[in-house]
Design a protein around this ligand. Sequence first.
Ligand code: CO
Length: 293
Amino acid sequence: MTHLHRTVTQVIEPQFVIEGAGVLLRRSFGPQRANPFDPFLLFDHFAFNDPIEGPIVGFPTHPHRGIETVTYMLEGKVRHRDSLGNMGIIGPGDVQWMTSGSGIMHEEMPRRGPNGQVNGFQLWVNLPARQKMGSPRYQEVIAGDIPAVEQDGAKVRVVAGEFGDAKGPVTEIAAKPLYMDVTLEPSAQFGLEVVAGHSLVAYIFEGQGLFGMDENGQGELIEAVHMAVFGDGNRVRVQAGNGSGVRFMLVAGAPFKEPVVPYGPFVMNSEEEIRQALSDLRNGTFVKEKLVE
Ligand code: CO
């Protein structure tokens, strides 16, 4: 196969925003009608590294409809509880891939790890129109069940998609995602086939490296903390800086090319569907599948 190398078309400086009950986040992008990262709607990095930030609040009970939320933890934990009666802890290295479908109400409360830190990511993935009102579903995978491939100075944790012989445990997602946590030792290289036409971003959170290298080895030097957005092609290449190494989340998926109407925690295809979600909330008919006591 001819390789069309994906080059970097945009470097995003994440903006600090406050969400939930006062959680400080680094947001690379949020839901927009223009939907430039289709099928992805939002990418947040929550990191609390300084005790002067005070007590960790969190995300008290809130609804979601029409999307998937993906929580991946590096350090610390998120305690999770929802309207279906699910309850659990997302710990370091764990992932929760939550498909809200027609609706869930949940709370997400971070807890510091032993060294006083909370560090993790939340990605929102769109659902196609035909699945927006489907049944809620969870795929929760503990750290030990996420394959970690180590080769040539690269360590790749594969949550979704394939790298070498490893297949990510999260499957049957409409967006056909790749979701990987990649660590490269100084000067190590990483290459991966990515389906042409799929959206691709990398979130660089440690070190620095050359991203989107072409056939001549030219790429864009990007340091933490930034998001790289890639143009089209069927292969992506990265090389870690020689002094630093680099660590990044790599996220790709198939665009749905449908209208996007975001409203807070809902993302639907039309304003009428947003009005319906709000009226369902008012009327107590939002959650179609009730809490199991
Ligand atoms: Co939520």
